[in-house]
Design a protein. Structure first.
Length: 420
């Protein structure tokens, strides 16, 4: 369909923005063009849309050099939705969409009733038929974006190029626009290339991602193959976690917490806090403790548990057990040693089964050895006991012996008092 072959392009021959870029935009799929600011995304759209002639290399449309195709012939096949969809004149939405019919209207001719019908059909297709007679200066950003896409569709293109179609839109309008583009791509087989800044949006809607960095293609492929923590760190200079959306299986990104620097804390006067957690219950506590400058250890957590992933990501010393395995005597011993070495022990509200019952015993032993134990728990032991009763007995004893705390901030205040 539309193919860039070894394209170098820019606004000065001695300072190219794109360097030897090769990629294809295929029918029936959304290709996301992503990359940091200044990587060449908008320049790529300008080159692909015949607005900027390459310094070297060729852009092909169905095997023909686009610069050997007339501007009118090219516009009948390729449409562009620019970043800025503001119209300098007080036109109605229908009048704006009719501008998309110009490639099909002969010179010195006016639009026909058929052109108006095509424009109105394009508005209906994007769910904006009710805006036909309204001024584009008096509609919302999301509505204006729909009108801009309708104008592009009125060209009846086979390729649709979108330069930041969701810029300045709220979450609801972003979803509306991308859902519309996906439907057009699926139902009409249009080849779509969209410049997107939001990597989560790109991963959710695009079948393919092309990552640009310093004017070159750094990666090209499905989002699941392209978006890795190492690539994001390399291209965007950002520490992110890449996880899988449990509903779609597609990747999504979260900011990674700063790493715990044990050496920096060794000489500090903050207490050493051992956290006994599991099942994702420890994340907010561990992050808050590290952020506050406490020295931190953790255990026992199973590999694959989000608490264990957080410990690894933040370099928190921890006792880890194999996935879905009961706490072994060796891991329990490490956990107990960490608890006894600590100035305080924090127990989060995790479910207790035969596999992690030893974690409760370690907390009790630490309290009996004179360590302050803080219990973050809202419900009764019966609510979290899956041992048939043994866990309830131990948790009840722990509730009696430990100091119960409500909320992370109250816990931090109590721990700060220990160092005072």
């Amino acid at each position: 369909m539309l193919r860039l072959c070894d394209v170098t392009a820019g606004y000065r021959r001695d300072r190219p923005v794109l360097r030897r870029v090769s990629l294809e935009i295929l029918p029936g799929e959304i290709t996301g063009i992503v990359g940091p600011n200044g990587s060449g995304k908008t320049t790529l759209v300008r080159v692909a849309s015949r607005s900027l002639r390459p310094i070297s290399g060729t852009v092909f449309l169905d095997g023909a050099d686009i610069w050997r195709i007339t501007a009118r012939g090219f516009a009948r096949q390729v449409a562009v939705v620019p970043q800025d969809t503001l119209v300098p004149f007080d036109l109605s939405a229908l009048e704006v969409v009719l501008l998309g019919r110009h490639p099909h209207v002969g010179r010195l001719h006016m639009e026909t009733r058929g052109d108006e019908d095509t424009a109105m059909a394009a508005l209906e297709m994007v769910g904006a038929g009710h805006l036909a007679r309204r001024s584009v200066r008096r509609i919302s950003g999301g509505e204006r974006q729909r009108v801009a896409i309708a104008r592009a569709l009125a060209q009846e293109p086979r390729v649709l190029l979108l330069d930041e179609p969701t810029a300045h839109l709220d979450l609801a309008h972003q979803t509306e626009v991308m859902s519309l583009v996906a439907r057009l791509c699926r139902d009409r087989g249009i080849a779509v290339a969209a410049v997107l800044h939001d990597l989560n949006l790109a991963a959710a809607w695009c079948q393919r991602l092309v990552v640009l960095a310093e004017g070159r293609v750094e990666a090209d492929g499905p989002p699941s193959a392209v978006l890795s923590e190492s690539l994001v760190a390399h291209v965007w200079n950002a520490r992110m976690w890449v996880r899988r959306n449990p509903l779609t299986g597609r990747p999504f990104l979260l900011p990674a917490p700063p790493p715990y620097e044990a050496d920096r804390h060794e000489t500090g006067d903050r207490p050493l806090v051992h956290v006994i957690c599991g099942g994702g219950s420890g994340g907010p506590i561990l992050s808050a403790l590290v952020h506050e400058g406490f020295r931190v250890t953790c255990g026992v957590v199973n590999v694959g548990d989000s608490d264990e992933e957080l410990c690894r990501a933040m370099n928190i010393p921890h006792a880890a057990e194999a996935p879905f395995s009961p706490v072994s005597p060796e891991r329990s011993e490490v956990n107990q040693r960490m608890a006894l070495d600590a100035d305080a022990v924090v127990v989060t509200p995790f479910c207790v089964g035969p596999g992690n019952l030893d974690n409760v015993r370690v907390a009790l032993d630490a309290q009996k050895a004179g360590r302050p134990v803080f219990l973050l728990a809202d419900g009764s032991p019966e609510d979290v006991d899956y041992t048939g009763g043994e866990g309830r007995v131990l948790l009840t004893e722990l509730q009696t012996r430990a100091e119960r705390i409500q909320g992370v901030e109250n816990l931090l205040n109590r721990l700060r008092a220990l160092s005072g």
